[in-house]
Ligand binder design. Structure first.
Ligand SMILES: [Zn+2]
Length: 241
């Protein structure tokens, strides 16, 4: 496994670190972004935790390539604001259309360079989707007709099996959001794109735990890791006895 740190938008005031982690053999590319909104916490903590797990060899990429951008919008993060403008409305909406912000332009160029099979954007939102269908806390979101939908449904079912309190269960949402990173990756790069939204009404340690579990499920599905400790997956353990 090889880990490289690089700079995104390095000639601008928006520069931020990202990591390219390559397994020992070829395989799928997965891109993970966090901190597109600067006022969300558990997503950034989770991306950093995932990096520490890789750096300390707790988690190992066997095949393929993982790209992690732990804090996309550093300026918004320093001020703990969502960001002005909202970066997640500035990604290109059509082929050959430019992004409307230097940072989303740099991030989209990076994605276009690597053509990730999976594009995972980590966020947080208020409330609980099972209690109020209008809010996005505890949801996994994909675009309608996305190739990511079967896995999104599987992960939501697996996560919910391990969550006792039904009001905090995850839901699936299928939505277009023109200008968002997810919809740009889905439409223009044909990536299987997923937005993860934990609820900021839960304790932060619980939210980080959920985000890491969801990421491990995706990395396992994409073939980057061999995970015998997935939520709801007992086969591999049973097989050893
Ligand atoms: Zn967000």
């Amino acid at each position: 496994m090889d880990i490289q740190e690089r700079l995104l938008a390095k000639a601008t005031k928006f520069k931020t670190s990202y990591y390219v982690i390559r397994g020992s053999s070829k395989g799928n590319t997965v891109m993970v972004t966090a901190g597109v909104h600067g006022d969300e916490r558990a997503n950034i903590l989770s991306a950093k935790k995932l990096m520490r797990m890789l750096q300390n060899d707790i988690l190992r990429i066997n095949q393929g390539t993982l790209i992690i951008v732990p804090i996309v919008n550093q300026n918004a993060y320093k001020r703990r604001i969502r960001g002005i403008p909202d970066l997640n409305r500035t990604f290109p909406r059509k082929p050959n259309e430019a992004a409307r912000h230097p940072l989303s332009a740099a991030l989209f160029r990076l994605a276009a360079e690597f053509q990730p099979a999976w594009y995972i954007d980590l966020h947080e939102a208020r409330g609980f989707s099972k209690v109020n269908p209008k809010v996005l806390g505890q949801t996994l979101i994909a675009n309608p007709k996305s190739g990511a939908i079967p896995l999104v449904k599987q992960i939501v079912a697996r996560m919910n099996r391990s969550i006792a309190k039904k009001s905090t269960h995850f839901s699936v949402r299928l939505r277009k959001l023109p200008g968002s990173g997810r919809t740009a990756a889905h439409r223009l790069l044909h990536s299987k794109a997923i937005t993860v939204e934990t609820s900021c009404n839960l304790p932060v340690s619980v939210r980080v735990n959920y985000q890491i579990k969801i990421l491990r499920n995706i990395l396992n599905e994409a073939g980057l890791i061999k995970d015998d400790d997935l939520v709801g997956s007992q086969q591999s353990k049973a097989a050893t006895f």
